[in-house]
Design a protein around this ligand. Structure first.
Ligand code: GLN
Length: 224
């Protein structure tokens, strides 16, 4: 069986829908971007293909204009923010998100989607989810952990996910935000309209049900 980098090695079967189980997405499938300036782009690219949409690495405004949905990967939010500015993508990205582009932000991606940041509020970012988030709140890289979380609206039981120098959502700032999952009393998965923000990395442990949810949001919007 094909194993993905970072896939769990505890001998449990790969999550249903893992790439090895699926054919390539059809040409007519929606195009979903992965912001490809820094971070774990490859894992998300594979995850999108596995849930039946066509992935596109997004590095330019033309790439961004072409996509029907977007993943903001984990990585380093400060580096991604700087690269967005350098590529001239900062304003176009904020505009597309404000216009309702379906997005999934994991970890650093959640930081970029957060309307407020504790201590780092000057970080240039698109925002779009009404939460107050603190970077690196779960400790350093060495304090990374895997955990099993129950996610609202997902069939098939809890998800095993990885927290890697993860941000903590300290407050939900509006009624428009649904909390989909909590760990130790703090929200770790939130959704506001077509925007999903995750403190963790499902693409690292290979459970792709939230990528499938993004794909559904995209299909609902494009009708394809
Ligand atoms: N600590 C990183 C940041 O602040 C996020 C870590 C991650 O994406 N895994 O951007």
């Amino acid at each position: 069986m094909t194993r993905l980098p970072g896939e769990r090695l505890d001998r449990r079967p790969a999550a249903a829908g893992a790439p090895a189980d699926r054919a390539d997405p059809a040409d007519a499938a929606p195009l979903v971007g992965v912001l490809a300036l820094q971070g774990d782009v490859l894992e998300h690219t594979r995850a999108l293909r596995a849930v039946g949409v066509r992935p596109l690495p997004v590095r330019s405004v033309a790439d961004l204009e072409a996509v029907d949905g977007l993943v903001l990967p984990g990585g380093e939010s400060t580096a991604i923010s700087r690269a967005l500015g350098r590529a001239g993508l900062d304003e176009p990205l904020a505009r597309r998100i404000a216009d309702g582009l379906p997005v999934l932000g994991t970890c650093a991606g959640l930081i970029l989607l957060s309307d407020e940041l504790v201590e780092d509020d000057a970080l240039p970012r698109p925002g779009g989810i009404a939460v107050r988030t603190r970077r690196n709140a779960y400790g350093p890289q060495t304090a990374s952990f895997d955990v099993r979380v129950e996610v609202a609206g997902l069939d098939g039981g809890p998800m095993d996910v990885a927290f890697i120098r993860a941000p903590r959502i300290e407050a939900v700032l509006g009624d428009a935000v649904d909390v989909l999952a909590e760990v130790d009393g703090a929200p770790v998965a939130v959704q506001q309209g077509a925007r999903i923000g995750l403190a963790f990395h499902p693409e690292v442990t290979g459970d792709l049900r939230l990528h499938a949810r993004l794909a559904d949001l995209v299909r609902r919007r494009t009708g394809r």
